[in-house]
Design a binder for this molecule. Structure first.
Ligand code: ZN
Length: 434
């Protein structure tokens, strides 16, 4: 597809904003903050889980750590009004700072890291890494910190010292992934002292932290016609950003006559199995939906009616056909970048989609004027999974898995089509509108 032939639906404004979002969100906590900022601009207000919630119409959101649930109550919604939930996750595989981070060997200063999620380890070699996350302070508050500079690096062994490297790189997770960040003697407490200083808080006030590393190279358009997008954390911040944009658009366009209550659920810890108080296995989403019913004067019967009519569209990254490994893909189902969102199917329930779910997804794409594709894995390749089946099983609601076709999933730097984020946002918005 040449630039001249680019279809009318292409809107670079959305992808430009996604690039800004990815850069601002190297940690789940930052992703939540970046979504909250966009929702606030669309008139949403934060509510605390510890407060009583009112019945007024309008947009609200709850933040818990690296998770966010946002919803828009249209004027006239009853307690039995069903929800339209877009499900996503804020976390990505990466290298995270260990509790006693200061370490070193052979005259180098290093930072001890723990591997988070399914990391293709080689993709973290020879990248300039920054640090982000949150600091827990003595007064009980948390402070976000982002050092978006070349601070750390996991240096690959030179080929001269590893002549067999191209026959298969072997990396020991404990020994070979420790980043360097200087030369000289190791001083206990120096990493946290440095991060505290950069965050503008006294080091003695820092009593805990959740810190992680990220590649500081910014996302960019790629290819002769700039039709691709290269960047970190597309899995799954692309979907969180699209869901945020869709919900903000539904709310600002009035949403008064909506037959459903649109919801964005952005969970943490998908990459490690969703088993946490902010993951999809937690009661977080279910509690928000229930409380929303009860805030509008609903009964247990109303709750059951609302959930029975609720549908969740779970959006996460999927695999585009890889030109160098096309035999690994299912020959009849080969999603391409910029072909629109993909419907993900797996009869063994690694994805929650069924025939009726397909109809919901198709209707949303048709309403939005968005092309779409289908993904199913090659029978010889085990299929990944996502929050869709967990949400379906946990809440008993109809769930459909969809996403965007990408290459290099879970790499420190992934690749997808530059049109697809906008197309996905259009489909999610049409789904939320019902
Ligand atoms: Zn994912």
């Amino acid at each position: 597809m040449s630039t001249a032939a680019r279809p009318a639906y292409f809107d670079r404004t959305h992808t430009d904003d996604l690039i800004a979002y990815l850069s601002a969100a190297p940690s789940p906590y930052h992703a939540v903050a970046a979504s909250a900022e966009r929702l606030e601009k669309a008139g949403f207000r934060q509510v605390r889980e510890t407060d009583a919630w009112g019945a007024e119409a309008g947009g609200r959101y709850v933040v818990r750590g690296g998770a966010l649930i946002a919803w828009y109550v249209p004027a006239g919604a009853g307690p039995e009004t069903p929800f339209r939930v877009v499900g996503t996750h804020t976390d990505s595989p990466n290298l995270r700072v260990k509790p006693i981070p200061d370490t070193g060997a052979a005259g180098w200063r290093q930072v001890a890291v723990e591997i988070y999620g399914g990391v293709p380890l080689n993709t973290w070699l020879d990248r300039d890494l920054g640090i982000s996350g949150r600091l827990a302070l003595r007064d009980g508050t948390a402070r976000l910190v982002l050092i978006d500079e070349a601070l750390l690096r996991v240096p690959q062994l030179a080929i001269h010292l590893d002549r067999a490297v191209n026959e298969g790189l072997k990396l020991d997770k404990q020994r070979h992934l420790t980043p360097i960040w200087g030369i000289g003697e190791v001083t206990e407490g120096s990493l946290v002292a440095y991060v505290a200083e950069r965050a503008g808080v006294p080091a003695e006030d820092v009593v805990g932290w959740d810190l992680m590393t990220h590649d500081v190279q910014p996302p960019c358009y790629l290819g002769k016609d700039r039709e691709l997008l290269a960047g970190p954390r597309l899995d799954n911040l692309l979907s969180v950003h699209a869901g945020t944009a869709a919900l903000a658009a539904v709310a600002t366009e009035g949403g008064a006559g909506l037959p459903h209550i649109p919801v964005l659920a952005a969970f943490d810890h998908e990459e490690t199995g969703s088993e946490s108080d902010t993951g999809a296995q937690s009661p977080l989403l279910g509690n928000v939906l229930e409380r929303s019913v009860y805030a509008r004067g609903g009964t247990v019967e109303d709750r059951a009616r609302a959930l029975a009519g609720t549908v969740c569209l779970s959006s996460d990254m999927g695999h585009a056909v890889h030109p160098n490994y096309s035999e690994r893909h299912e020959p009849g189902h080969r999603p391409m970048p910029n072909g629109g969102p993909i419907l993900k199917v797996n009869v063994n329930n690694r994805y929650a989609t069924d025939g009726l779910g397909r109809a919901v997804f198709a209707a949303a794409c048709e309403k939005a004027g968005v092309p779409w594709q289908t993904f199913v894995s090659n029978n010889a390749m085990p299929c990944g999974t996502t929050i869709g089946p967990i949400t379906a099983a946990r809440l008993g609601i109809t769930t459909v898995d969809c996403g965007i076709a990408a290459l290099s999933m879970h790499s420190a730097r992934e690749l997808c089509g530059a049109d697809d984020p906008y197309l996905l946002a259009g489909a999610l918005k049409a789904f939320m509108e019902g």
